[in-house]
Design a binder for this molecule. Sequence first.
Ligand code: ZN
Length: 198
Amino acid sequence: MDYYSGYINKLIEQLSRLPGVGAKTAQRLAFHIMSMPAEQARQLAASITDAKEHVRYCSCCQTLTDSELCPICRDGKRDHKQIMVVEHPQDLAAYEKTGRYEGVYHVLHGAISPMLGIGPDDIRLKELMQRLQGDVEEVIVATNSSLEGETTAMYISKLIKPTGIRVTRIASGVPVGGDLENIDEVTLLRALEGRTEL
Ligand code: ZN
């Protein structure tokens, strides 16, 4: 691709590292950025560096937030004895959009996948176990219904059972292999209401 400027080649290369962005899309995005007004391009670059600089993991639930504790963990009106375990912050957002869940969350940032070499130590399970030393009555495992999500649910169940804390799994109203973030609110609520003991 020597017929472009070296700067453009570098931009295309960086963009093509993003998930779901192939070489063609990266090229299209790069030329789109080149056609933007300078100020807009500067804002795009700044929003990436700002987010990286200011966003951190909540020290309690591990979701992404601007402060030490996220707004949900800070909220005294929520039921802090009920913890819903999800794979990603987007899954937390999906349940928050239903407006009906009053407990708190724990974000694992992934799921156990022997095939991809992701083990229990690679997701935020240790942090979950630490939280369970406090006053917790129920852990609702709301990992995706993929092979990885189910493997993670079984692992969590085995880990928590000896503590005597109730462990439940959301019902299979969530389609097999489905990501929580793509599921409508009614299905999410039904899955929560129909949860079963693990
Ligand atoms: Zn939090």
